[in-house]
Design a protein around this ligand. Structure first.
Ligand code: MGD
Ligand code: MGD
Ligand code: SF4
Ligand code: MO
Length: 707
């Protein structure tokens, strides 16, 4: 053994350590990549690093994230499509192509014929710069980003109810101390695994946990009570909970009186409902609804967490608001161990929704339709407010505009919309109509394949910048690994394009930190105020919770202790009816089953990265249909066999996977696979009327065995 150890050590000729953060979810676990040179090759190890949010923990995705970053398929040079084939070109040629095509498109089809499609997986600096690029360099109103498909329902609900949207009102450190927790449509165990210990601790401390999910998951297993609702009925279920809370008088009258508007209207509506009807709508028994409501109402402290199960619905924003109604009615906000958490998804799902990638938004969570906000940002940018475009349309609607011929060119950064958007076959067709599509990616994704020009970019190992994590904590992702080939950082690419378009003076940045310093000023005085945060402080303090208005300010741990963020300081309750404004696709004779979609632990989003990580890909190498055995037998579908799943939009083929714990009227397919396994071919194009979120979590389908 000793001998073996010695030889092993001898083999390692040198070792380098690189600090960074995991590229995947909103936990933003800090990690170190250890690169060892051995005789003939390099070997890698990943270790977690202490930080206030994840305390050095990592999940399997973080541990294996180096595998895709070093994958041979990483794009290393700009690629231009010539006669249907991609050929390598230089950066100068690529920039010339962009200049020629973007200029021609805007001359031929108008200023707004160019669209920008961004992402919440890029840094704050890049998200900020991309928004500025659309408005100042391209002067187009059409910009939106993949966070529209992710955080828009929770964001609009919190903005409307509280007057501001920071995903968590409290820091995670309070979770273990709360007495009752509702986990609604969130699968933390698979999607934010390093957050689980906070909930496990709460349970150890005696908290009662209620999970709301149509399936049993590793998360619902932690719960004391699992409300296995019919997909898409969360708003009605929340009405049921509210009704019991009101009837059993667990209301915090003083809090309602002092801190909120709209209670009486909510009360009148909720008391007019019958619990029997809610049982019918949701499929959750009256006993269970009562039990959940009474425990949540009775306990002195409580927290509610929602994620995409509740939010990715055509009434997602209303459903979230109804859960917020419960918190207000019971006074469980603005005090220790009480609060709300929208469990943010992507690595920078929080920061990327604050600094101007959204169609209607300017940096610091300012509004592009507010004259004061326009004037402030225009001044920071050194332009006339009248030059700032007005608001554009949401992510999916951009593809509708392309289809209609209003948009003819696109700059796409860090997203794979032909796999991630609803009505995927339509999205693919629309993209093929573009005169010029530029995709900036690490890999030849399914969408990059459709591009005219692909620009290679750097990964989390190489690209430094800030990321705002699930708590609203701004963190500095150090990154110093050398870029492969001719790869450039996303921010450098934006700066270079702005230069060839003659807008150099607005984009004269030579480091991420310089961009951040401008972002600080642009966000100053806004809702998401980052002014007091500096790289130096982030290095020293390990992360700062916004708002942080000046450099002496410690950051804000708990929100709404004295007042909410609306002008009068009060929260706004709202009546959420059992019947949504946009009717949902219901099951019928032809399409008799509810389909819902989501994630598995080992893959990330459209899988472009994790399908290229051998250790992760090996855990789930293909998609599947989770189905109750009784349902499967009805449709003559054996376990582990190929199934055709069809909706009104199209069909896919996936393998069956029996599960005794899913609702028999519901099937589940993850969305990490493309082509014939792309579940978004089945999902419809209806959007939430308020926030324009698609209904990813509910479609009507039929299934048949593939003989
Ligand atoms: N492993 C992994 N982790 C990830 C990601 C990933 O792709 N893979 N993605 C990251 C991103 S961007 C995001 S947004 C988050 C997403 O994190 P989550 O929202 O937690 O993940 P999902 O699996 O989409 O959905 C959560 C749960 O909602 C349930 N659900 C489905 N329909 C309904 C419904 O109508 N009502 C209710 N109450 N529940 C329902 C599903 O069964 C599922 O268990 O995860 C982040 N973390
Ligand atoms: N059916 C269904 N569909 C869904 C969902 C669902 O639950 N069900 N969830 C939705 C949600 S919550 C989300 S967040 C979306 C996400 O969906 P997408 O926006 O498509 O996200 P990704 O699959 O992460 O695509 C990111 C692309 O950018 C590349 N990339 C990675 N890092 C970088 C970088 O630093 N810079 C650049 N330029 N490129 C990079 C990756 O290789 C990949 O090709 O999907 C949505 N779609
Ligand atoms: S995927 Fe999320 S929980 Fe896992 S290591 Fe990465 S950031 Fe941490
Ligand atoms: Mo997401």
């Amino acid at each position: 053994m000793l001998k073996y150890f010695r030889t092993k050590q001898k083999e390692v000729q040198s070792e380098k350590i690189y600090d960074t953060q995991c590229p995947f979810c909103s936990m933003q676990c800090k990690l170190q990549l250890i690169e060892q040179s051995v005789v003939s090759r390099k070997q890698y190890k990943t270790v977690g690093k202490e930080n206030p949010t994840t305390q050095g923990r990592l999940c399997i995705k973080g541990m294996n994230a180096y595998q895709h970053a070093f994958n041979r398929e990483r794009l290393k040079y700009p690629l231009l499509k010539v006669n249907g084939e991609f050929v390598r070109i230089t950066w100068d040629q690529a920039l010339e192509q962009i200049k020629a095509h973007f200029t021609r498109i805007q001359e031929e089809d108008g200023q707004n014929a160019l669209a920008v499609y961004g992402s919440a997986s890029i840094t704050n600096e890049e998200a900020y710069l991309l928004g500025k690029f659309a408005r100042v360099a391209l002067q187009t109103k059409y910009i939106d980003y993949n966070g529209r498909l992710c955080m828009s329902a929770a964001a609009s609900a919190a903005s409307q109810t509280f007057g501001m949207d920071r995903g968590f009102t409290n820091s995670l450190s309070e979770v273990p101390l709360t007495r009752c927790i509702i986990l609604a449509g969130t699968n933390i165990a698979e999607c934010q695994p390093t957050m689980m210990p906070y909930f496990e601790k709460a349970k150890e401390n005696g908290a009662f946990i209620i999970a709301i999910d149509p399936r049993e998951t590793a998360t619902t297993k932690l719960a004391d009570l699992h409300l296995k609702l019919k997909p898409g009925t969360d708003a009605a279920l929340a009405n049921g909970l509210l009704k019991v809370i009101m009837e059993e008088n667990y209301l915090d009258e003083a809090f309602i009186q002092d801190r909120a508007h709209g209670f009486n209207e909510v009360k009148d509506y909720v008391l007019s409902l019958k619990l029997e009807d809610i049982e019918k709508i949701t499929g959750v028994s009256m006993d269970q609804i009562r039990k959940a409501a009474i425990i949540f109402g009775k306990e002195a402290t409580g927290m509610i967490f929602t994620a995409r199960g509740v939010e990715q619905q055509t009434d997602g924003s209303a459903a979230v608001r109804n859960f917020l109604n419960i918190l207000i009615a019971t006074g469980k906000l603005g005090k220790p161990n009480c609060g709300y958490g929208a469990v943010t998804g992507q690595g920078n799902g929080q920061g990327a929704r604050e600094h101007g990638q959204k169609a209607d938004q300017l940096p610091g969570y300012r509004s592009i339709e507010n004259e004061e906000h326009r004037a402030y940002v225009a001044n920071v940018w050194g332009i006339d407010p009248d030059e700032l475009p007005r608001k554009g349309v949401s992510a999916y609607e951009i593809f509708e505009k392309i289809n209609e011929g209003d948009i003819t060119g696109m700059f796409l950064m860090c997203s794979n919309p032909v796999v991630s958007n609803p009505n995927a076959a339509f999205v693919k067709k629309a993209l093929q109509k573009l005169k010029f599509l530029v995709a900036v990616d690490l890999f030849m994704s399914e969408t990059a394949k459709l591009a005219d020009l692909i620009l290679p970019t750097s990964s989390y190992l190489e690209d430094e910048g800030t990321m705002t994590n699930v708590e609203g904590r701004v963190t500095l992702r150090e990154a110093s690994y050398p870029c492969p080939g001719e790869v450039k950082h996303d921010w450098q690419i934006i700066v270079d394009i702005a230069r060839v378009l003659g807008k150099e003076k607005y984009f004269s940045f030579s480091s991420a930190e310089e961009i951040f310093n401008e972002l600080r000023v642009a966000s100053r005085g806004g809702i998401a105020d980052y002014y007091g945060i500096t790289y130096e402080r982030l290095r020293k303090e390990g992360g700062i919770l916004w708002p942080c208005p000046d450099t002496e300010h410690k950051g804000t741990v708990r929100l709404f202790e004295k007042s909410f963020a609306h002008h009068d300081g009060k929260a706004k309750m709202v009546v959420v009816t059992n019947k949504p404004v946009v009717p949902k696709e219901d099951v019928c004779k032809e399409f008799p089953l509810h389909l819902t979609t989501g994630r598995v632990m080992s893959h990330y989003l459209t899988g472009v990265q994790t399908r290229r990580s051998p250790a992760l890909a090996a855990r789930n190498f293909e998609s599947y249909l989770e189905i109750h055995p009784t349902t499967a037998v009805n449709y003559l579908i054996p376990d582990e066999s190929l199934v055709k799943v069809e909706s009104r939009r199209g069909s896919i083929i996936v393998r069956s996977k029996y599960s005794e714990t899913i609702r028999p009227d519901t099937v589940f397919v993850p969305f990490h696979w493309a082509d014939s396994q792309n579940v978004n071919i089945l999902v419809g194009a209806d959007l939430d009327p308020v926030c324009r979120m698609p209904g990813f979590k509910l479609s009507a389908v039929k299934i048949s065995p593939l003989n």
